[in-house]
Ligand binder design. Structure first.
Ligand SMILES: NC(=O)CC[C@H](N)C(=O)O
Length: 337
């Protein structure tokens, strides 16, 4: 999928024909122009209301750890965060109960199977394997501390809002549509309960999980949320320490291995950044110490990752020399600050 972009951009970067980090704005707009006409992929429709998304929407945002912000296209258009919430709820839970317990209860290895797989649980003796697939995310949400359902919800909503640096609100239409059709997630929660992996009422935990997926965000919010993880847990806009530096590190490690579902290996091979995607077409890609890219475009590949979002991230990773595995000597980056 990335081959033609990769060689051309890499060649331009190596000959100095690309402007580099000092002109992020220019490159962000170039990425937008390059892929705005790409109409491969399909909009998710297994949650009925998501099928109504406008497939032409395309927003890109890059927020630096020093607070610099750059946007192109529909970066302020709202959509439900969906699976991208899994990364930030995982970070909040890790911050609350610690690295070891989450490792033991949820796991950190890729399943190699689709995000909503039921068979992955059965194949692994009821271990959800990792917090970025639905089973692991539901198990993680089940670990959120607090008394009543509403208290636990407020803890999730306010925690994700601190990552975004603004108060996030529910998209009630998405919540209703998904709540009416999330039979598979309810089955996964029951199965987790049968394996002793869920202490609370499975219906309540699925309700919380569905609410977290229905929070409305923009590509800009995703970039701020990702930049907070890039910045050791400190939100670069508000200065708020949302989670510890250790938790940010652990979250990025899980995103690198599991954030793009069963395509995580290919993504890391081509783009070289920890990232998380969701079925509404959002992607957050994190550059530790430098910042994060937020992308939004509703058309998805068969694994459920935004097609334009992936291509734009690949372009920016190559053009700005962001790949974590690239030797500095051959990188075009120079750094954000
Ligand atoms: N991949 C996704 O974004 C999936 C999230 C969605 N809420 C679900 O549980 O199916």
């Amino acid at each position: 999928m990335f081959e033609s972009d990769v060689s051309e951009v890499e060649q331009r970067a190596s000959t100095g024909a690309l402007p580099g980090w000092s002109q992020v704005d220019e490159l962000l707009h170039e990425a937008h122009r390059r892929y705005a006409g790409l109409d491969e992929g399909t909009v998710a429709d297994y949650i009925p209301v998501l099928a109504e998304a406008d497939p032409s929407l395309f927003g890109l945002s890059l927020v630096e750890t020093d607070g610099g912000a750059h946007h192109a296209g529909d970066a302020q258009t709202a959509f439900s965060i969906q699976s991208i919430s899994k990364a930030f709820v995982f970070a909040l839970v890790c911050d609350e109960i610690g690295h070891e317990l989450v490792h033991e209860r949820v796991g950190v290895n890729n399943t190699g199977l689709p995000f909503n797989s039921v068979i992955a649980l059965e194949l692994n003796d009821g271990s959800p394997m990792n917090p970025m697939v639905n089973a692991g995310a539901i198990a993680t949400t089940g670990l959120v501390a607090g008394g009543s359902l509403e208290e636990r919800w407020e803890r999730i909503r306010s925690g994700l809002s601190r990552f975004a640096g603004r108060e996030l609100a529910l998209d009630h239409e998405v919540l209703r549509s998904e709540s009416e059709t999330n039979h598979r997630n309810q089955a996964i929660a029951r199965l987790l309960q049968s394996y002793g992996r869920l202490d609370d009422d499975p219906a309540d935990v699925v309700d919380l999980y569905t609410r977290q997926c229905s929070l409305a965000v923009t590509a800009e919010d995703l970039a701020v949320m990702g930049a907070t993880l890039a910045d050791g847990g400190v939100n670069p806009i508000t200065g708020d320490q949302v989670v510890s530096a250790e938790v940010s590190r652990d979250t990025l490690a899980v995103l690198a291995s599991c954030g793009m579902y069963e395509r995580s290996g290919e993504w890391l091979y081509e783009i070289g950044l920890p990232a998380k995607s969701g079925v509404t077409g959002g992607i957050v890609a994190i550059v530790p110490g430098k910042g994060a890219i937020g992308a939004y475009a509703p058309r998805l590949d068969p694994a459920g990752n935004s097609v334009r979002g992936q291509r734009a991230c690949a372009f920016l990773s190559r053009a700005l020399g962001l790949n974590l595995f690239a030797s500095l000597a051959h990188s075009n980056s120079g750094g954000a600050s």
